[in-house]
Design a protein around this ligand. Structure first.
Ligand code: ATP
Length: 234
């Protein structure tokens, strides 16, 4: 589904990604874990096209999209749930969801709204209320629902657990697993919460200062002494 080869990205003269390579297969949940400032967000934004790259290649379904605009990538099937969710607080929940479908030309938006409401009933109950009134966990659900409205084949999630109470973290990760089961969407997520992310991931990568340091199945990484010491505090 997604192939990243030798990706470089910089902020001015400071390089944040030093040639990152990874792959995400169709139907997988793949987690990218790493500490503060390791380059997770930069990598995700390079994949969705909002962050310029200085070298390397990004391919989606075998096609080179390295130079494609962000909206072209959405059209091709990538949707990103940004860090901090970035919902439009004064707009209604339903209008936030409809915004996720703005690039679509078909008329099935109503059907997809119902699907999202099926997944997140609390959003339906409050559909006409301002999104700003939702709790943090509900806003995360809204941000995921909005991304689903573009009917993505690849869902990118930036720190879905950020700022959430532990019980809500579990809920959000359960939803991600359910989503993949129900819609077959491929998921690439970046997380500082390595335990939660690797627990649901088929495979994972560890990024350290702009380089991939380790990779393996979610289970193998959870058991890896280097991961346990550096990211799980064991
Ligand atoms: P976090 O979990 O804190 O968001 P991250 O792993 O997502 O961290 P990035 O935000 O991708 O890391 O940052 C990677 C590196 O790029 C860091 O050294 C950071 O200081 C730097 N960086 C990020 N954004 C900018 C920016 N807008 N201008 C300059 N440097 C930046």
């Amino acid at each position: 589904m997604l192939q990243v080869d030798g990706l470089h990205s910089s902020y001015g003269r400071i390089e944040a990604l030093h040639g990152v390579s990874l792959a995400v297969n169709r139907g997988e949940i793949v987690a990218l874990v790493g500490g503060n400032g390791a380059g997770k967000t930069t990598l995700l934004r390079s994949i969705s096209g909002v962050q310029p790259v200085n070298g390397g290649k990004v391919s989606l379904k075998g096609e080179d999209i390295t130079r494609s605009s962000p909206h072209e990538r959405v059209r091709r099937g990538i949707a990103q749930v940004p860090e901090g969710r970035q919902i439009f607080a004064p707009l209604s929940i339903e209008d936030n969801l409809r915004l996720g479908a703005y690039l679509r030309k078909d008329r099935k938006v109503g059907e997809d709204l119902e699907q999202v409401y099926g997944l997140f009933p609390v959003l339906k109950e409050r559909r006409f209320n301002p999104a700003g009134g939702l709790s943090g966990g509900q806003q995360q659900m809204l941000a995921i629902g909005r991304a689903l409205m573009s009917r993505p084949s690849l869902l990118l999630l930036d720190e879905p657990s950020m700022g959430l109470a532990p019980i809500l973290v579990d809920q959000v990760f359960e939803i991600i697993v359910r989503l993949r089961e129900e819609s077959g969407v491929t998921v690439f997520l970046v997380e500082q919460n390595a335990f939660a992310a690797l627990s649901i991931a088929d495979r994972g990568y560890v990024i350290e200062t702009g380089d991939i340091a380790l990779s393996g199945t979610g289970k193998a990484l959870l058991e890896d002494p280097r991961v346990r010491e550096a990211y799980l505090g064991v």
